[in-house]
Design a protein around this ligand. Structure first.
Ligand code: 4AD
Ligand code: MG
Length: 504
């Protein structure tokens, strides 16, 4: 019996097992918000209707105490989920008195240290339910499209995405690396199956703390024989549309819990603008507008508005801090104001971070050097101007991976494509058409200083039945972060691994 099914048991007696997510005492009444993993439900313990021992037990419950309770399901439209339970009996499995995560605002570092408990909170629960929906949707999409799921190895002898972010391990006395991407194996598997996708963990030693980088993340990598870069972009768009529609349809309640604006997400069901690198650079540098919006001008406006916001927050904090000094103020009111102050201070931290970032975005946009790869701030600058993801393709070949095919019409460019999510989020997908020319590939392997012997098997794919092919890699956590509109990628995975964090 689970809370999500209560509506089928109206006016019946049920047994629920769960944890105390919240508790409030009234006159002769205890209100417990029970959490069972599937939902929340208000349970009322009325001293006039239960044994005194039961009422005493209910009164003693602290947050996250575990229990089994029996009671009647009563319809009440004001309640979460439309039902409440009038309790007749209650058995405590474990009484908890000092749950470390209180209702007041905690800092993120504290919550990250308590990640094993923080997962139980409503917001984290909703984010990870959405992650689950996305994973299921990804598999459904590719299975329906006739792809075969194939697993790439995690221990590898070669670097797929450059040598700078490799995690080295000891493999029976030989060095091996944790996989940065399953792509090279994906290409081999696509030659066996036609269309494949991998879905596995990938590892990158990213020695910096950013809101986009994890050291361990999950990547979905489809690879398709006989696809060119344009077929690839068509597939990416169809795929992301399918995932977003599924989330909108199946996770409406979860999106509401986290306060995600569904209308702005729905805008991503439109066609994704496709820009060449050259066009994208013009937009970043403010040389070309998007629907009347100029990158630099709109950032300057953003800076002004953010400064205003900072003033307002500071004023409100000061005002409330004065207020709680009033002699004789009730404890409840002081607590209320103190919580509000903590909340405002957290908001202020974000605003102050924006105030540090925006001038940097403006500078890097103005000074962007044609020919460079995009950094996080360049991606933010351009994606702020769009409502849906955009696809940027045909990159200067020097800044992209060794395996990308050269544009046959202009060999300055490699046929890579990055998908950048809107609202400032940036890259969620990297992919492209693969080089099929063995000589050009060898040249690139040397240029990138990669050990040729480790790539002999890969070059075989160009020797025996080589065909045009393409694929892409979607970073699962980047997608979850954008769909849930999270500030930082760390909340998109149950136990994040990133620079400076290995626990819990
Ligand atoms: O752009 P990347 O490096 O592309 C590849 O690895 C290709 N081999 C994929 C392919 O064509 N099969 O990485 C792909 C995606 C990025 O767009 C990003 O979403 C995610 O992986 N990603 C990360 N996510 C979290 N933390 C990191 N450190 C990430 N690095 C890449
Ligand atoms: Mg990339």
């Amino acid at each position: 019996m689970y809370i999500k099914d209560l509506s089928n048991f109206k006016d019946n007696d049920v047994t629920l097992k769960g944890w105390v997510s919240n508790k409030r005492d009234g006159k002769g009444l205890v209100f417990v918000i029970l959490r069972d993993g599937t939902g929340l439900c208000q349970c009322i313990i009325d001293s006039s209707k239960v044994d005194p021992g039961v009422f005493e037990n209910a009164s003693s419950l602290g947050l996250e105490s575990s229990l089994i309770l029996k009671g009647k399901v009563v319809e009440d439209s004001r309640q979460l989920g439309g039902f409440e339970v009038h309790v007749s009996d209650l058995q405590i499995l474990q009484l908890v008195k000092d749950y470390p995560i209180a209702k007041k605002e905690h800092g993120v570092d504290f919550l990250m240290d308590k990640r094993h408990l923080w997962l139980r909170s409503g917001r984290q629960w909703a984010i990870l339910k959405i992650r689950n929906c996305i994973i299921f949707s990804i598999h459904s999409f590719f299975q329906k499209e006739g792809f075969v799921e194939m697993d790439a190895p995690i221990f590898t002898g070669n670097a797929c995405e450059g040598t700078s972010t490799l995690f080295e391990t000891d493999y029976y006395g030989e060095p091996a690396y944790l996989s940065q991407s399953g792509q090279l194996y994906g290409e081999a598997m696509a030659m066996a199956m036609g269309k494949i996708y991998t879905f596995g963990p990938t590892f990158r030693a990213e020695k910096s703390k950013t809101r986009r980088h994890l050291s361990e993340f999950w990547m979905i990598e489809p690879e398709m024989a006989f696809f060119d870069i344009f077929d690839n972009m068509d597939l990416i768009e169809k795929f992301l549309h399918a995932v977003i529609s599924d989330v909108l349809e199946k996770c409406s309640a979860e999106l509401e819990i986290i306060g995600r604006d569904k209308e702005s997400l729905r805008k991503s069901l439109a066609k994704f603008p496709r820009l060449t690198y050259d066009e994208a650079v013009q937009i970043i540098k403010g040389e070309k507008d998007v629907d009347g919006q100029n990158s630099i001008v709109s950032l300057e406006e953003l800076l002004k508005n953010t400064e205003l916001k900072q003033k307002e927050l500071n004023a409100e904090i000061e005002q409330r801090e004065e207020k709680i000094k009033t002699p004789g103020m009730k404890k409840g009111e002081i607590n209320f104001n103190q919580n509000k102050i903590n909340q405002l201070k957290n908001d202020l931290k974000d605003v102050e971070e924006d105030l540090r970032n925006i001038p940097q975005w403006i500078e890097s946009a103005k000074n962007f050097e044609y020919g460079n790869d995009f950094g996080g701030s360049d991606e933010t600058v351009i994606t702020r101007l769009y409502d849906s993801p955009i696809m940027v393709y045909d990159w200067p070949h020097e800044v992209k991976a060794f395996y990308l095919k050269r544009n046959p019409e202009n060999d300055r460019f490699a046929r890579g494509v990055d998908v950048l999510a809107p609202e400032g989020y940036g890259e969620i997908v990297g992919g492209g058409e693969r080089e099929t020319n063995e000589a050009l590939l060898k040249e690139k392997i040397i240029e990138h200083d990669l050990p040729m012997s480790e790539f002999e098997w890969y070059l075989d794919l160009r020797r025996y039945g080589s065909v045009p092919h393409a694929g892409f890699g979607l970073g699962l956590e980047r997608l979850v972060t954008w769909i849930c509109k999270l500030k930082h990628v760390r909340e998109s995975i149950p136990f994040p691994r990133m620079y400076g964090r290995l626990m819990p």
